[in-house]
Ligand binder design. Structure first.
Ligand SMILES: Nc1ncnc2c1ncn2[C@@H]1O[C@H](COP(=O)(O)OP(=O)(O)OP(=O)(O)O)[C@@H](O)[C@H]1O
Ligand SMILES: O=c1[nH]c(=O)c2[nH+]cn([C@@H]3O[C@H](COP(=O)(O)O)[C@@H](O)[C@H]3O)c2[nH]1
Ligand SMILES: NC(=O)CC[C@H](N)C(=O)O
Ligand SMILES: [Mg+2]
Length: 537
């Protein structure tokens, strides 16, 4: 079964809203808002053929787009969407696309409208459009971002809201549940946008609001059991990070001892991390975890390599090899116990990873190759199982708490698969890794002592291979530099640097320079993402 089919299975278990993505920057926010309303939804490219859908949506939302509807090559929806007979909501470009299909007229606006606007509501009391604006005051503040607008709406449409500059800021079909809005309800600047989206999915599409993490657990356990069957075995790539830990606990609940977790020690994990993860996962969560020590293999292959992309590729490929050889070892043990061989590979893939790769334009420019998700797959005989594929990070954390995974694990900062190798700039040697490791350990320790760990989304120490002059104990030193990074971020796609208190910085810097040999200077990184990224490489 492909992962698309697996996702469709989830969509068939819940009332599902289909969101068609025309490439707007905010498409994933629509998904978030609908999920927050307790309704499951799937974001698919706008080019999705309706006849090839693997589930029956209870409603459809058409997103915004960077394209102008009149552009040559502008994306268009499969017209069959209008024959589904379910409610449709067009947002911005989506509204224009509704008009294009149903006989309205769109033109270039005289003036681009970008920012706040006051929307005056005008739904007739006996009109079904009333439901879209239920509990929304008039006027209400909405957020606009468009150049084109409706010149005239299609036949049988009425105006249900307008602003000073947009006569057709909100329209609805007279009898059918088809709506179009020029503003973006999904961004927080549209103060009542969340209510409108909830009204659409619950009030108009009649979706049951039962997308909660506890209902997800029951259904997911059932899905995993059916997928794996009564004798199938699963190997899990488990790092001790939030995602793979939650995935592992679910899998263990679903199939017990037929789940085999493997942590790869790639030589670039944090201080004592492998031993700690092994202990926590085995002792506290009862997970059968093997640590595969491949540190010499990884470090040997990284010798002399300085290019960040090459480091990532080497690590990604080596992960594959180690997994394959581990799965053969486990097969042998399973055979002795009379159980089937490993057929499945569990991964902690999240929804943002999936979203990033589904754009109708194809994936965006490669900024950095994420080590594993794609990489692990190549040449693997194993089929993928990704229980968290539908979830955002905060949903995974909620799930982790319900599964009674300890808070220290649920709230751990993300740690990338290529680990310290992409935090030691330049060549990765065991000595350099050790310097970065010790500095990082002090940094995180002090952040925890200061009670700041939960406020920060991700923090780590990077080692810069440049030397500067210092003076210690009246001696001249000529040593390397540690850069401290700490960011706040909701989705790790954008991030702000964290305003670390000076007192904390003072303690950290003092401890690192005193305790870590080879470092005589500590810097604090004040770059946001974009234009920087969270990791240095
Ligand atoms: N050292 C490792 N050993 C085994 N699997 C790994 C290792 N590092 C990463 N992985 C696999 O790669 C996946 C992606 O890594 P990623 O860092 O995004 O997730 P995570 O480690 O589970 O959680 P977190 O985002 O909190 O670090 C993991 O879910 C896990 O399946
Ligand atoms: O599992 C992973 N494998 C990788 O190859 C990888 N590269 C970056 N990251 C994590 O992704 C988030 C965004 O990082 P960047 O701003 O550096 O792209 C941050 O949370 C990074 O730690 C990775 N995680
Ligand atoms: N945000 C949008 O969907 C914009 C749609 C279209 N590009 C316009 O300018 O009107
Ligand atoms: Mg990780």
């Amino acid at each position: 079964m492909s992962s698309i089919e697996a996702a469709a299975q989830v969509a068939n278990m819940y009332d599902t809203v289909l969101i068609l993505d025309f490439g707007s920057q905010y498409s994933h926010l629509i998904t978030r808002r609908v999920r927050e309303a307790g309704v499951y939804c799937e974001l698919l490219p706008c080019t999705q053929k309706i006849s090839e859908l693997k589930f029956k949506p209870k409603g459809v939302i058409l997103s915004g787009s960077p394209y102008s509807i009149t552009d040559e090559g502008a994306p268009h929806v499969d017209p069959a969407v209008f024959d589904l007979g379910v409610p449709i909501l067009g947002i911005c470009y989506g509204l224009q696309e509704v008009a294009r299909n149903l006989g309205g007229e769109t033109s270039l606006a005289v003036k681009r409208e970008y920012g706040h606007a006051e929307l005056t509501l005008d739904p007739q009391a006996d009109h079904h459009s009333y439901k879209l604006f239920q509990d929304v005051p008039s006027p209400t503040n909405v957020w606009m971002s468009h150049g084109d607008h409706l010149e005239s709406p299609p036949k049988d449409f009425v105006i249900i809201g307008s602003t000073d500059t947009s006569a057709y800021a909100a329209v609805a079909h007279n009898t059918l549940p088809i709506y179009g809005i020029q503003f973006h309800p999904e961004v927080t600047h549209s103060v009542d946008g969340t209510i409108m989206l909830r009204n659409f999915v619950v009030g108009i599409c009649h979706c049951e609001a039962n997308w909660t993490m506890s209902s997800f657990i029951d259904k997911e356990l059932e899905r995993i059991r059916t997928l794996v069957g009564p004798t199938g075995s699963v190997i899990g790539a488990v790092s001790g990070g939030v995602d793979s830990t939650v995935a592992a606990v679910l899998m263990k609940r679903a199939i017990g001892d037929r789940f085999h977790a493997v942590l790869v020690d790639n030589g670039v994990m944090r201080l004592n991390e492998c031993a700690q993860v092994k202990k926590t996962l085995s002792d506290n969560l009862g997970i059968n975890l093997t640590v595969a020590d491949a540190s010499d293999l990884f470090l040997g292959r990284l010798k002399g390599v300085t290019d960040p992309e090459r480091k990532r590729k080497i690590i990604g490929n080596t992960f594959i090899e180690v997994f394959e050889s581990e799965s053969y070892k486990i097969d042998e043990i399973s055979r002795q116990k009379g159980l089937g061989p490993i057929e499945w590979l569990l991964q902690g893939t999240l929804y943002p990873d999936v979203i990033e790769s589904i754009s109708f334009k194809g994936p965006s420019a490669t900024i950095k190759s994420h080590h594993n998700v794609g990489g692990l797959l190549e040449n693997m005989r194993l089929k993928l199982i990704e229980p968290l594929r539908e979830l955002f990070k905060d949903e995974v954390r909620a799930l982790g708490s319900i599964l009674e995974i300890p808070d220290e694990l649920v709230w751990r900062h993300p740690f990338p698969g290529p680990g310290i190798a992409i935090r030691v700039l330049g060549e990765v040697t065991p000595e350099q890794v050790q310097i970065a490791r010790l500095a990082d350990n002090i940094y995180i320790d002090e952040i925890k002592k200061a009670g700041l760990y939960r406020q920060i989304s991700q923090a780590y120490a990077a080692l810069l291979p440049v030397r500067s002059v210092g003076v210690m104990g009246d001696q001249r030193t000529y040593e390397q530099v540690i850069a401290l990074r700490a960011v706040e971020s909701k989705d790790f796609m954008t991030a702000d640097w964290f305003p670390m208190p000076y007192e904390t910085l003072k303690r950290i810097s003092n401890r690192i320079i005193n305790e870590v040999k080879g470092v005589n200077r500590v810097l604090y990184d004040v770059s946001s993402k974009p234009p920087s990224t969270i990791e240095f490489e």
